[in-house]
Design a protein around this ligand. Structure first.
Ligand code: ZN
Length: 193
């Protein structure tokens, strides 16, 4: 499938945590390709897959989604390394487990990492969200002004396929996602998890 094909869909980069239900993101009938790892971090291997998704699958948009109550937020590199040292005797000091302390910052960091990748050349609109486990909704953090899936994604669980208006998820709600940069609350706890 050539790049730019209309039906090519999106890639969601998110945490491997089974509580994160990508099918509830409100992406409607969009073809959704999912890349999961601990924390939903934009690692080199995720970048590798995004390049392939863009060039070989014709994917048109990337979404980074981290979530509340993430185990990668409640721990540190040192804690994981210490635990490994005790349980296996191995020295994991060279491994960065990509833990984080602030959800908004981790989302911004990974969106930025994808946008700055020389292999992607900022060619694919990339937005970042926080999935609130308890509220079952997406909070926009960074919305790419070129993004189209973003409009539907922000509606979260409340949008069932039958309630999608004409124009579907591609209809951008007024005042949302019209510019680059941060959206919504600052720091942790803008919404209950
Ligand atoms: Zn997680």
């Amino acid at each position: 499938m050539p790049a730019g094909s209309a039906a090519a869909g999106v890639v969601v980069v998110t945490c491997m945590d089974a509580r994160v239900r990508v099918d509830r993101f409100g992406l409607g009938s969009t073809q959704v390709n999912v890349l999961r790892n601990a924390g939903g971090r934009a690692t080199d291997d995720v970048i590798r897959s995004l390049v392939v998704a863009w060039r070989m699958l014709g994917v048109q948009e990337f979404l980074v989604v981290h979530h509340t109550e993430c185990r990668m937020m409640g721990t540190t590199n040192e804690q994981i390394r210490r635990d490994l040292a005790v349980s296996t005797g191995v020295d994991a000091s060279a491994v960065d487990f990509l833990t984080f302390t602030n959800l908004h910052e981790s989302v911004e960091e990974d969106v930025e990492r994808i946008r700055r990748s020389p292999y992607l050349g900022d060619a694919v609109p990339t937005s970042g969200y926080i999935w609130h486990l308890r509220a079952q909704r997406l909070e926009p953090v960074v919305v790419d002004r070129r993004a189209r899936a973003a409009a539907g994604a922000g509606r979260g669980r409340t949008q069932s396929p039958s309630s999608v208006p004409s124009g579907g998820i591609w209809t951008r709600p007024p005042g949302k996602g019209t510019g680059p940069g941060r959206v919504g609350g600052q720091g942790k706890g803008a919404l209950p998890g």
